[in-house]
Design a protein around this ligand. Structure first.
Ligand SMILES: *Cc1c(COP(=O)(O)O)cnc(C)c1O
Length: 435
């Protein structure tokens, strides 16, 4: 697979280069030059395959020229070692649980695959890879747990003191080994500024091999296609043909992967991009005007994004043709009050506890069905995180039903360790140099 930049279609880089650069210098995003169709026999018989087998087929279709298939198989078996069940709630409504990985959020798919691909490309004897990440919560946990124990890598995670939830803090600070947590006396923006300055610093770049491993990395997008195929397989097994996916969206990486799956040949009838009041995309699909906004804080805080970084990828997949895009993608937005009502509706209708992000995806299905009363498709809403990560949002009667997953129980007994730093770059630099 060769890649170009969305800002320069003539550029050609290898997958390895795209993985280590994350972003082309022209500030576009990497996209595959060719999106080959998956083998039609495979799609027709997809219900016979398991998640790792499906993942392997999809990955090999894209990457077999870059990573020998046996190695790819090993990477997938190691990275995708947890389930992604589509749980049936009624006749034709399903919740796709993407939170069974170590950090209890769908970002585990991307982070685990990326870390192993990076480790694979770091041949024996190569310089250690230093991953620097600033996090406001979820990304940090997925990256920390994704890289934990991965050879030839070291991760430094900066998080704002007092501004991540207790569970997120546990996920960041109890790892040890090749993961260091740095608690910064400042905001998330301060953390991000420190990381950016480190990437721009000559001395640090001479001494270390730095990478950001951030969410626009192409190696995070590819593994997120796996669960769309796998869900289709699960539904096909139950006799469904027409499938709709509703995706709670912030940076639009998750739904971008769904649309990549569609372009690879997955027969999906409709995608719904569900957002909170950070509604740049639903407004765009309504008005034709793409206007970003500063982000607004909501209950579904992992979706508080006013300028979705993966949107250019989606436009690129449709060659900039908005009419074609609108045939496949619908978009709705919901505010916090609606989100809370959605959580309550899912609880009373299905006796199921959904996190606020997940609730928004559910609401979008309800709205789609109201607008398309004759549609009989199986509708799947993606559950991007386990409800236990957002304990403060639920009314007590619902919060009491949340079961604490084993991943978390294991962390609770571990000692917390974080290094404390101010927002001053010089002290961060000395910290890294003394590494
Ligand atoms: C990151 C995240 C999202 C948003 O996903 P994008 O790929 O950025 O659209 C939604 N829900 C949860 C729980 C997340 O962590």
């Amino acid at each position: 697979m060769k890649l170009y930049s969305t800002n320069n279609k003539d550029l050609r880089v290898s997958f390895k280069e795209a993985v280590f650069n994350s972003m082309p210098q022209d500030k576009g995003l990497y996209m595959p030059v060719e999106i080959p169709a998956l083998d039609s026999d495979f799609i027709e018989n997809i219900e016979k395959y398991s998640l790792p087998e499906i993942a392997y087929q999809v990955a090999a279709t894209l990457l077999k020229d870059e990573i020998p298939v046996e190695d790819l198989k090993a990477i997938i078996e190691d990275a995708i070692n947890f389930e992604a069940p589509a749980v049936k709630l009624d006749d034709h409504t399903f919740v796709l649980e993407l939170f069974h990985g170590p950090s209890l959020a769908f970002k585990d798919f991307g982070a685990r695959f990326m870390s192993r691909v990076m480790a694979y490309f770091l041949k024996d004897g190569e310089q250690l890879l230093d991953v620097l990440v600033a996090t406001s919560g979820d990304t940090g946990g997925a990256v920390a747990l994704g890289f934990l124990g991965v050879p030839n890598t070291r991760v430094t995670i900066l998080y704002p003191e007092g501004k991540v939830s207790p569970i997120q803090e546990l996920q960041l600070t109890t790892n040890g080994a090749n993961i260091r947590a740095v608690e910064v006396k400042g905001t998330f923006d301060d953390c991000q500024a420190l990381v950016k300055q480190a990437f721009a610093d000559d001395e640090l770049n001479t001494k270390f091999r730095l990478t950001s491993a951030n969410s626009i990395n192409i190696s995070r997008l590819i593994p997120q296609t796996f669960y769309y195929f796998n869900t289709y397989a699960q539904l096909k097994k139950q006799g469904f043909k027409d499938v709709i996916f509703s995706v709670p969206s912030g940076n639009f990486g998750n739904i971008g992967a769904g649309l990549l799956a569609y372009k690879l040949g997955l027969p999906v009838k409709q995608f719904i991009a569900a957002t909170n009041v950070n509604d740049t995309v639903p407004r765009f699909l309504q008005s034709g005007i793409y206007e970003t906004k500063p982000s607004t804080q909501t209950y579904s805080n992992a979706m508080d994004v006013g300028a979705p970084s993966n949107w250019v990828r989606i436009m690129d997949l449709f060659s900039g043709n908005v009419d074609e895009l609108k045939k496949v993608v619908t978009s709705y937005r919901f505010d916090d009050e609606e989100t809370l009502n959605g959580i309550k509706a899912i609880d009373s209708k299905f006796d199921y506890v959904a996190c606020p992000h997940t609730a928004i995806a559910y609401l979008a299905i309800e709205k789609f069905r109201n607008e398309n009363p004759d549609d009989q498709s199986a509708a799947v809403f993606l559950s991007t995180a386990h409800a236990c990560k957002f304990p403060d949002i639920f009314p007590t009667n619902i919060a009491d039903k949340i079961e604490i997953p084993v991943q978390l129980k294991a962390l609770e007994s571990k000692a917390k360790h974080a290094d404390q730093l101010s927002v001053d770059f010089e002290s961060f630099k000395i910290y890294l140099l003394n590494g």
